[in-house]
Design a protein. Structure first.
Length: 283
């Protein structure tokens, strides 16, 4: 699932340098030879696209309850070293790859002995659980929590956390309950009611980022173009399947935006690796 995910990409604008001359009174007379023509500046090197999900915006969602598909359970995260840190301090912590802590994790599942009945299991009890930073292997900050009976891995997207699909449920025999943490943990629909337009803009930026990365990858190796197109088509279908379960998705589009940004982050990472490989080859 990690390959289709996909943290807002803002494309860096390429600007050309312009030369201007300032004539000062008395600086030259009519008999002075004209100055040599200015040498045109070399075009500025195109900058690599910036990350669609920036640290300070990720930090804003810390301390707020996230729910699976916007309705089930609760996941609350904070900075392990300083839970009450300011937004700027949290942003710095993300840049350093500081660990997070899980202050609350409740999952809704089914009763093992009576599968048609729902149950709730509270994972965090006496003390918070550490979620270790393991870098950004797919372009987004990834964390791993060693939870007995239910190891948890998730990527942070703007406003939420994305847990990969898993084939088996987490089984808690003592509680006669089993649950699956896979999916998008994010705000409740009511908290997203006034963000629909903002999310549309962010999704458009992420889609532009995807197109730019695909262009870079295809330029590096035209043979992979068909595979990239199939991969992109598969991603669109998988995104629709996952977001169908997010509460109120048709009104706010949070899940669609989050997964599009995750996909943009993944492709941006791959495009950056492709550019570096090309530069190394040219040296």
């Amino acid at each position: 699932m990690w390959r289709f995910l996909c943290a807002i990409l803002v494309l860096a604008a390429t600007s050309g340098a312009a030369n201007a001359q300032l004539a000062l009174p008395g600086a030259a007379d009519a008999s002075s030879p004209p100055p040599p023509p200015a040498i045109a500046a070399a075009p500025a090197k195109r900058a690599a696209p910036r990350a669609p999900v920036v640290e300070n915006r990720l930090a804003e969602m810390l301390g707020h309850p996230l729910r699976l598909n916007g309705v089930n359970g609760e996941l609350t995260l904070s900075i392990a070293e300083a839970p009450e840190a300011t937004a700027s301090a949290k942003a710095k912590a993300f840049r350093k790859g500081t660990d997070l802590r899980i202050d609350k994790l409740t999952m809704i599942g089914e009763v093992i002995s009576l599968p048609d009945q729902k149950c709730s299991i509270q994972i965090v009890s006496d003390a918070p659980i550490t979620a270790r930073s393991v870098g950004a292997p797919e372009g987004l900050p990834r964390y791993v929590a060693d939870i007995p009976a239910c190891p948890l891995t998730f990527d942070l997207v703007e406003g939420g956390a994305l847990a990969p699909a898993q084939t088996t449920a987490c089984v808690f025999q003592a509680a006669d309950c089993q649950a699956i943490p896979s999916g998008l943990w994010g705000p409740e629909p009511a908290a997203l009611a006034d963000q629909a337009r903002k999310l549309v803009r962010e999704r458009a930026l992420a889609e532009r980022s995807i197109l730019a990365s695909l262009k870079t990858l295809e330029k590096a190796d035209k043979r992979i173009a068909p595979a990239l197109h199939r991969e992109q088509s598969d991603f669109a279908g998988q995104r629709d399947d996952l977001c169908r379960d997010y509460a109120g998705e048709s009104q706010h589009g949070f899940c669609d935006t989050a997964l599009t940004e995750a996909r943009a982050a993944l492709l941006r990472k791959r495009a950056a690796a492709s550019r570096k490989a090309s530069e190394d080859k040219d040296e």
